[in-house]
Design a protein around this ligand. Structure first.
Ligand SMILES: [Zn+2]
Ligand SMILES: [Zn+2]
Length: 238
């Protein structure tokens, strides 16, 4: 029988945010917030459905995850469950002292997940995982879908073309048309500079939040964790 998939970054972020509101030492898996998180985790578009078992992220599983965090918590004198994963530890270290960011991330994931579809297969899930930002898969995909918004990128390109007469990468200055001739005419990618954790449902992306970039610079921007803005990358250009 297949085992339930490992907890993803988004799921751990949500559990960690709940941990600081609901202390597992003083409650059980029948706490309404634990049941609510179990239901939310079952809806998140992260794991391919057929790879999950019936007991996937049930209230007991969520409760146990909260208990895992006890062993990391300096404010808890006792010994927590020792089975916390490497990623649990990593996220604890990253967010324990940055509670405001933790709350913001959890809130953004809660707000944005329903606009995203679930991966259809294990392969798609792995592809999502490989492209994942530190903010998790839901926000990564929300960000990318905004960058791929045709209407918006078209308007951005038109504006820049009118203003400057060409589509030059804001980082390195590359112009596809100058290198590739007609094939490159009108070609450029757009990067959305707004931090992923600040994405809100229904927010309109402003043209000023988009940067024209070449494909190389765009890859480099997304390679860093958390990803850079076009301006940040320009500073590291040699
Ligand atoms: Zn470039
Ligand atoms: Zn981008």
């Amino acid at each position: 029988m297949a085992r339930n998939p490992k907890w993803a970054r988004d799921e751990i972020i949500l559990a960690l945010e709940l941990y600081f509101r609901v202390n597992p030492r003083h409650t059980s898996d029948s706490h309404p917030e634990i049941i609510a998180l179990s239901e939310l985790l079952n809806q998140l578009p992260i794991h391919a459905l057929k790879d999950t078992e019936e007991n996937f992220r049930n209230p007991n599983g969520v409760y146990m995850k909260l208990c895992n965090f006890l062993s990391f918590d300096p404010e808890y004198g006792g010994v927590g469950l020792k089975s916390g994963s490497k990623l649990d530890r990593e996220l604890w270290d990253e967010l324990f002292t940055d509670r405001a960011r933790l709350i913001q991330l959890a809130q953004s994931i809660r707000e944005n997940h329903s606009a995203i579809s679930r991966p259809g297969s294990r392969e798609e899930e792995v592809a999502d995982q490989e492209e994942e930002f530190p903010e998790g898969r839901v926000l990564t995909r929300t960000h990318k879908s905004r960058e791929r918004n045709r209407t918006l990128t078209k308007r951005k390109k038109e504006t820049v073309l009118t203003q400057t007469g060409k589509l030059a990468c804001e980082v390195c200055g590359f112009v596809f048309k100058e290198k590739y001739g007609e094939i490159g005419d009108g070609f450029a990618e757009c990067h959305h500079n707004k931090p992923v954790s600040e994405l809100k449902v229904g927010d309109k992306t402003k043209l000023s939040e988009l940067s024209i970039v070449c494909a190389n610079c765009h890859h480099m921007i997304h390679k860093t964790r958390p990803c850079l803005s076009a301006d940040d990358l320009k500073k590291v250009l040699i």
